[in-house]
Design a protein around this ligand. Structure first.
Ligand SMILES: [Zn+2]
Length: 457
C-alpha cells in the first residue's frame, strides 16, 4: 500500500507492518524504526476518555454520554483510547521536504515542510473526509451534509464525486470558495445570506433525514483518520521536536497527536497557531479550561481577514486540542496578522527548491511558518520543526494577490503546469446552488432538500 520515493528531498514513509519485509529500502531514505512502539495488536475494547468528566466511556454508551454532557454534541469532548481494529493506513502522496533556507532563517537545526496542498482536494481535510466516507459506507449512507466555509467542503465535494456519492453543503454566502464548490455536479450548495459559520453549522445540524450522513459530527471517530500522515511523520529521521499548523478547528493536530500517542515514545510538541483576536483556543489554555468562546473578535477583522479558515469565535475541537497539548507538552502561538502571513510568503519565495515543486499554501496554510518567524525566540538551535502547510494556494488566489502580488507569477506557472493534482475550477460553469436566508423554516429547508434528492434517484 505504501510508496517508496527515491528523491533525497522527498522523505518516504514506510509502514512497518506492510512494507519493511517486502520492499528493499532505498539507502537514501531515512527511516526511524527505533521510534516505533510495538504495533502488535492487543485485544482492547473500544473505549473513549471523556475530556470533561474524565470517565471512560464504552462505545455502546457514546451517544448517551454525548447527550448527557451539556456540550457533548457541540464540542469534541471524547478522546479514543487505542483501538487496534481502527488502526488503518492508506496510500497518500503528500510530500515532506526539508528546507535549509527556512531553518537558517529561523536559526533552528532543521525545518521540515509538509505539503498538504498535494492531497486529494488540496488540503488536510482530505483525511477527515476519507474517514467520514468509510464510516458512512458502513451505515450504507451515500449522501452527506456538511457545514463548512472552505476546505472541508471542497474535500467532501471532490471525494463524494470520486465515489459517485452526493453532498449537501451549507456555507456562508460570503465564503471565498463558493465558486469552486458550486462546480461539482454531485453537490447542492446551500448558501446562507448574512450568516456566520455558527449560523451555517446550526442549520446543517438540524437536518435529520435517514439517508443523509452528517459529516460534521463524530469527531471522536474521525480523529483516528489522520494515521496515514502521522505515520509518515513518524518515519522521519531525525524526528521533529515541534509540529506547527494553523488551527481551523484543530482536528488535524489532535488527530496527529492521537496517532503519535500510540506510535512514538516521545510525542513532538504540538504547536497550534492562530490569528490575533480570533484564536479562542489560546485564551482557553491561558485560563486552563478546555471550552472557551469569544463574544467578538479582539481586533478589527481587516487586519486578520486573509486567513479565512482560521479566524473563529469558538472552535468545536477545543477539548481534544487542549488534551493534545497536555500530553505533548505543547503550546499555542497566536497574535498573527495579515502582514505576518506576507512575511512568511516572502521567506518561502527564497527557497527555490520549494517554489519549483509548487509548495505554495493558502494564507491559512502558511500560518505555521508565519508564527515560527514571529515567535522565533520560542525555539532553540537544537529544535527540529515540522511546519504543515495545510492547504493549497489555488483556493485562495484573491487573498494571495492582495498579500503578496510578487508571488502571482510563480502561482500562475503552478496552475498552468501539471505539477498540481488539483484542477483549477474557477472558470467552470456554476451548477447547483440555492441562496436562502438563515431564518428559513425547517419545512422550507426540507422541501429544498427533498426536491434535490428526488433529482438524484
Ligand atoms: Zn463526560
Amino acid at each position: 500500500m505504501c510508496k517508496c520515493f527515491t528523491s533525497i528531498f522527498r522523505l518516504s514513509f514506510i509502514s512497518k507492518e506492510s512494507c519493511i519485509s517486502k520492499k528493499k529500502i532505498n539507502e537514501k531514505i531515512l527511516f526511524n524504526e527505533i521510534n516505533y512502539k510495538n504495533y502488535v495488536m492487543i485485544n482492547m475494547s473500544t473505549n473513549f476518555k471523556c475530556l470533561v468528566c474524565d470517565r471512560t466511556i464504552g462505545s455502546n454508551e457514546l451517544a448517551l454520554h454525548k447527550q448527557q454532557e451539556p456540550n457533548g454534541y457541540k464540542y469534541a469532548i471524547l478522546w479514543p483510547e487505542y483501538n487496534p481494529l481502527d488502526n488503518y493506513c492508506y496510500d497518500i502522496d503528500v510530500p515532506i521536504y526539508h528546507s535549509a533556507v527556512i531553518s537558517k532563517a529561523l536559526d533552528v537545526r532543521k525545518v521540515y515542510i509538509l505539503d498538504e496542498g498535494k492531497n486529494i482536494s488540496g488540503s488536510m481535510k482530505d483525511y477527515l473526509v476519507t474517514k467520514t466516507i468509510k464510516l458512512a459506507e458502513k451505515k450504507k449512507k451515500l449522501i452527506f451534509n456538511l457545514a463548512s466555509s472552505g476546505n472541508h467542503a471542497l474535500s467532501l465535494a471532490r471525494q463524494t464525486q470520486m465515489h459517485g456519492y452526493y453532498s449537501l453543503i451549507f456555507v456562508p454566502e460570503s465564503s471565498y470558495k463558493i465558486k469552486h464548490l458550486a462546480t461539482y455536479e454531485n453537490t447542492l450548495i446551500v448558501a446562507l445570506k448574512d450568516a456566520t459559520y455558527e449560523d451555517v453549522y446550526r442549520l446543517s445540524n438540524q437536518i435529520n433525514v435517514s439517508e443523509i450522513f452528517n459529516a460534521n459530527v463524530s469527531n471522536e471517530l474521525l480523529i483516528t483518520g489522520f494515521q496515514p500522515v502521522a505515520r509518515r511523520i513518524c518515519a522521519l529521521s531525525p524526528l521533529p521536536s515541534h509540529i506547527l499548523a494553523g488551527v481551523g478547528n484543530g482536528t488535524y493536530l489532535s488527530g496527529l497527536t492521537w496517532s503519535f500517542q500510540h506510535t512514538l515514545t516521545n510525542i513532538p510538541r504540538i504547536v497550534p497557531v492562530g490569528m490575533k483576536g480570533a484564536f479562542p483556543f489560546e485564551s482557553a489554555i491561558k485560563k486552563n479550561i478546555n471550552i472557551y468562546k469569544y463574544k467578538n473578535y479582539g481586533v478589527d477583522k481587516t487586519y486578520i481577514n486573509e486567513a479565512v479558515g482560521s479566524i473563529a469565535l469558538e472552535s468545536y475541537n477545543m477539548p481534544q486540542l487542549c488534551y493534545a497539548l497536555k500530553i505533548s507538552n505543547g503550546f499555542p502561538l497566536g497574535n498573527l496578522q495579515n502582514n505576518d502571513l506576507r512575511n512568511a510568503y516572502l521567506l518561502l519565495m527564497n527557497d527555490k527548491h520549494l517554489m519549483k515543486n509548487g509548495v505554495i499554501p493558502e494564507p491559512t496554510g502558511i500560518m505555521g511558518l508565519a508564527a515560527a518567524i514571529k515567535h522565533k525566540e520560542k525555539f532553540s538551535p537544537d529544535d527540529i520543526l515540522l511546519i504543515s502547510f495545510t492547504g493549497n494556494a489555488y483556493t485562495s488566489l484573491e487573498s494571495i494577490k492582495r498579500l503578496v502580488p510578487e508571488l502571482m507569477n510563480d502561482l500562475s506557472k503552478l496552475l498552468s503546469g501539471k505539477s498540481n493534482n488539483v484542477s483549477f475550477v474557477n472558470n467552470q460553469k456554476i451548477k447547483n446552488m440555492v441562496h436562502i436566508h438563515k431564518t428559513i423554516s425547517q419545512k422550507d429547508l426540507y422541501m429544498i432538500i427533498q426536491n434535490w434528492m428526488n433529482t438524484l434517484l
